[in-house]
Design a protein around this ligand. Structure first.
Ligand SMILES: Nc1nc2c(c(=O)[nH]1)N[C@H]1C(S)=C(S)[C@@H](COP(=O)(O)OP(=O)(O)OC[C@H]3O[C@@H](n4cnc5c(=O)[nH]c(N)nc54)[C@H](O)[C@@H]3O)O[C@H]1N2
Ligand SMILES: Nc1nc2c(c(=O)[nH]1)N[C@H]1C(S)=C(S)[C@@H](COP(=O)(O)OP(=O)(O)OC[C@H]3O[C@@H](n4cnc5c(=O)[nH]c(N)nc54)[C@H](O)[C@@H]3O)O[C@H]1N2
Ligand code: SF4
Ligand SMILES: [Mo]
Length: 579
């Protein structure tokens, strides 16, 4: 008997998985997106040692002792001095059940994002809601522009849907997709806002705009055209290291074609990330791509769009990115590794050191588990029941329990025991799973979230008056000249900090740094020492340090994007010193 479940990881694809009789995980050939293969993370899922036993200050304890101790410590704290910090190592909706407990208890929760918050804010301002294009729609395109997204690494199940299309890649790194592309613009990092504005301007100069669409859904387009004229073309092209020919080549490829723009998180790891995405979105609007078959602009979609939470989550919240842990007596960290993934690691260490009880509830040992006082192991996704959505498509996918646990406690079990202890009402696990499942409907051979149109924005935008709202002003104050750019993108070997992390900084050989040399990378926030590795895919003015690399976030600032309360991992420029 084989059983079907879904990958729990924070990834566009949310692959369907068949577990065979030997317990081996395989891709689900029946699933329209998965195509019968998984990625290395899931192919080697059980080769990563997990935490087997709870412990307190280094001493192994039983799970009953751990839960009793947690209750006791929660009783001893003022609820307002407890912070519940939850990440996205497992993307299941039942992860939220602990938010319900902590809200009832009176703790502080977090808001904002380390991931796509800036871009999402930009999309919401323009369109009202943030829907992703489904693989079926992308499949119908003739031209796909891949702008700051790296599908071979982060979104490999989209690749079959990109076959036989003209591909344009805009990325400072020559990714695998860039190598195969019909056109590759190796843009200077953070040059995207200027490029997007120039593309919109030339689209209108060449008369390629969809006037009818604009009159109906984006009336203010003439004002926006004026805004695009504030960019000084020659200077801007020089600054972002592109030519007028590059712009002409893009226009030639998209002229009259069903075009999809796929954007990722790469372009919005800056203070003005919302504006960058909104400017790219405007290109789609001017070309009239929204609401049409095989056309559109797609960022990471709002994964919970159309799903109401059954949990009580109306708590006091502070932004994740700037969380001051030292203001709390207890910090309960679940499904996350803030000592690796939050910006400004030096600050995070200092603030977390001042907390008397750090609790870590997770699967793997990492920087955060090593610092924690109380460590509580979680069950894996195979050992508990859950359900998930995705930011890459509309599936609502079940994750039923497949096997008995060999260690750990599930989020529901832990919340249930705490709720009982503190007399907070909690329904049966099955009732919550059914609640989430009730937002699904059968479409295209799988369960998808109800109410999401196969062609997003077919009936117009979701703003108050159905109109797209263009950017009204732009601020070009990025430092494009001094020091080097830090690119911190996703690694093929890790899922953020889960699985295999390396300790390399990638540099172009012509920077003069030697392969294997120890380098100290310094930003205004901090520094990290890493081994140099040559990489001809990079521009000479860029360093690449993958997300999850221990120490990378010593370099990144604990500051919020202007909109969306997001981290800005690529805002700081860096200098290199030889150790
Ligand atoms: N293997 C693997 N897969 C993952 C993850 C992982 O860690 N590993 N993480 C998952 C998560 S949490 C997320 S959010 C997604 C994100 O997946 P993606 O959206 O693909 O994100 P990134 O890899 O951060 O960046 C994408 C691309 O943006 C480029 N880029 C960087 N700066 C700029 C810029 O200024 N302009 C332009 N045009 N491009 C730029 C990078 O070079 C990179 O090629 O991936 C998910 N999938
Ligand atoms: N420099 C840099 N930093 C980044 C990024 C970047 O691109 N560059 N990317 C950012 C992005 S996009 C994101 S999404 C964040 C991610 O940041 P986090 O959400 O902190 O993600 P991870 O580092 O992957 O940590 C996930 C942890 O979840 C635990 N876990 C896994 N499954 C379960 C489970 O079922 N239950 C419980 N209780 N725990 C579980 C594992 O132990 C793992 O250590 O990082 C951000 N940080
Ligand atoms: S591609 Fe993404 S969803 Fe699919 S198995 Fe790998 S991590 Fe999971
Ligand atoms: Mo993310």
């Amino acid at each position: 008997m084989s059983r079907v479940t879904t990958c729990p990881l924070d990834c566009y694809d949310a692959c369907s998985i068949v577990v065979d009789d030997e317990g081996k995980l395989r891709g689900d050939k029946e699933h329209p997106y998965t195509g019968g293969y998984l990625c290395p993370h899931l192919n080697h899922y059980d080769s990563h040692p997990r935490i087997m036993q709870p412990r307190y200050k280094g001493e192994t304890i039983t799970m009953d002792e751990a839960v009793a101790m947690l209750s006791e410590k929660l009783r001893a704290c003022a609820p307002s001095s407890v912070l519940h910090y939850r990440g996205s190592g497992n993307f299941g909706l039942m992860q939220q059940v602990t938010d319900h407990f902590f809200t009832g208890y009176g703790a502080t929760l977090t808001k904002g994002s380390l991931c796509d918050g800036a871009g999402e804010a930009g999309i919401l301002e323009g369109r009202g809601k943030n829907y992703a294009l489904s693989p079926e729609q992308i499949d119908k395109a003739e031209v796909v522009i891949i702008w700051g997204r790296n599908p071979h690494v982060t979104n490999s199940h989209i690749l079959p849907f990109l076959k036989d299309k003209k591909i344009i890649v805009i990325d400072p790194v020559r990714t695998r997709m860039a190598e195969k592309a019909d056109l590759f613009l190796q843009i200077k990092p953070h040059g995207d806002l200027q490029l997007a504005m120039m593309l919109s301007r030339f689209i209108m100069i060449e008369g390629l705009e969809d006037k009818e669409f604009l009159e109906e859904f984006a009336e203010e387009y003439e004002d926006f055209y004026e805004l695009t004229q504030t960019i000084r073309i020659k200077a801007a092209l020089e600054e972002i290291d592109l030519t007028l020919g590059d712009i002409g080549n893009v226009l030639e490829l998209i002229r009259g074609k069903r075009t999809v723009i796929l954007t990722g998180v790469g372009i919005q790891k800056y203070r003005d990330g919302a504006d960058v995405i909104r400017a790219i979105d405007a290109i789609g609007v001017i070309l009239g791509l929204h609401g049409k078959e095989g056309c559109g602009v797609s960022f990471l979609g709002s994964s919970s769009e159309g799903i109401e939470t059954p949990f009580d989550v109306k708590a006091k919240r502070i932004p994740k990115v700037t969380a001051d842990f030292s203001a709390y007596e207890m910090v309960f960290i679940q499904n996350a590794n803030p000592l690796n993934q939050l910006p400004d690691t030096g600050r995070v260490i200092e603030r977390l050191d001042a907390v008397s009880e750090v609790v870590y509830f997770g699967l793997y040992e990492n920087e955060t588990s090593q610092r924690a006082d109380l460590v509580i192991p979680a069950k894996t996704f195979l050992e508990k029941s859950d359900i998930r959505t995705s930011y890459g498509h509309d599936a609502l996918a079940k994750m039923p329990k497949i096997m008995e646990a060999v260690a750990g406690i599930s989020e529901y079990e832990l919340a249930e025991r705490l709720c009982r202890e503190f007399a907070i009402e909690l329904r049966d696990e099955a009732a919550y799973l059914e609640h989430f499942a009730s937002f699904g409907e059968e479409r295209d051979g799988i369960t998808k979230v109800k109410g999401r149109s196969p062609i997003p924005y077919e009936e117009g935008f979701e703003t108050d008056d159905d109109q797209f709202l263009f950017l009204e002003e732009i601020d070009l104050d990025a430092d494009m000249e001094n020091d080097m750019f830090l690119i911190t993108a996703k690694s093929p070997k890790s899922l953020n900090s889960q699985f295999t992390n390396e300790s390399y900084v990638y540099v172009h050989p012509q920077t003069g740094f030697l392969d294997g040399q120890q380098l100290r990378i310094v930003s205004e926030t901090g520094s990290v020492e890493l081994t140099a590795k040559h990489d001809i895919r990079l521009r000479q003015d860029c360093l690449l340090i993958y997300s999850g690399t221990p120490g990378v976030n010593y370099l990144t600032p604990a500051k919020l994007s202007y909109e969306g309360e997001n981290a800005i991992y690529q805002e700081n420029k860096v200098k290199v010193e030889i150790c």
